[in-house]
Design a protein around this ligand. Structure first.
Ligand SMILES: [Zn+2]
Length: 240
């Protein structure tokens, strides 16, 4: 087994695996979370709209109550005014008159309330229209992007599958022991199993590599690992 040749294949494999790693992240994490965020915006707009609708219903109910109250008090005034002329004593007459005045005062308070409620209703209706427009806009953004993002996910999937086939061909030629070390590292080290030494530093974790370690690597007798991140090390210039 020529270790240098094996490492050459691992470098090739790593290039493919790095592509697979970043495309998979895009497919499984980035794209779905982008879609989830748009869906959440859409759902938030939906619930905003329904709470505004609820508030509007309450205001309309309040308006109805006030108006009923108003007409019943007006009816009472009419009755009292009719009774006014049938009363015998001045005392009774004065009492009825003050009752009528008190009803009139109540009415003017209620009328003010009605104006206030009508004003609130108008504002709430404006708010409702704004919320409807926002919902329609977010629904469109979500629906448009849902299709686009799902297409992108399918494209990524196809690309990843192609890379897996390429990987299959290359890995067939790698020594099984070396391949199993590589496979274990790629799974446990964020998709990066093999790293070059750049200017006495591990290119993956930037740990300093001693001159003696570099000499060991250059012998290509055994796999040499970074002391810090435990990735397979190689010297880039040896593979140009
Ligand atoms: Zn390292």
């Amino acid at each position: 087994m020529d270790l240098k040749e094996e490492i050459r294949k691992l470098i090739e494999l790593q290039e493919i695996d790095s592509r697979i790693y970043s495309l998979s992240k895009e497919k499984d994490i980035d794209k779905p979370s982008e879609l989830a965020r748009l869906k959440e915006d859409f759902e938030t707009s939906k619930s905003t709209l329904s709470s505004i609708e609820e508030e509007l219903k309450k205001l309309q109910l309040k308006r109805k109550e006030k108006e009923l109250d108003l007409s019943s008090k007006e009816e009472n005034i009419r009755k009292s005014q009719t009774q006014l002329y049938q009363l015998k004593t001045n005392k009774e007459y004065q009492a009825k008159l003050s009752e009528i005045n008190s009803l009139k005062a109540d009415i003017s308070v209620i009328e003010e309330d009605v104006i206030k409620v009508l004003d609130d209703i108008e504002k709430k209706e404006d708010e409702l229209n704004g919320a409807k427009a926002k919902l329609a806009e977010r629904e469109k953004v979500f629906k448009d992007n849902q299709k686009k993002i799902n297409d992108e996910i399918r494209q990524l999937e196809a690309e990843i599958n192609g890379l897996y086939s390429e990987r299959e061909v290359i890995s067939r030629d790698v020594d099984t022991k070396i391949l199993s070390v590589y496979e274990r590292l790629i799974k446990t080290r964020s998709g990066l199993a093999i790293a070059s030494v750049d200017d006495y530093n591990c290119s993956a974790c930037h740990m300093r590599v001693t001159a003696q370690t570099i000499n060991e690597i250059k012998m290509y007798k055994d796999l040499v690992f970074c002391e810090m991140c435990v990735r397979i090390l190689y010297i880039k210039d040896d593979f140009q």
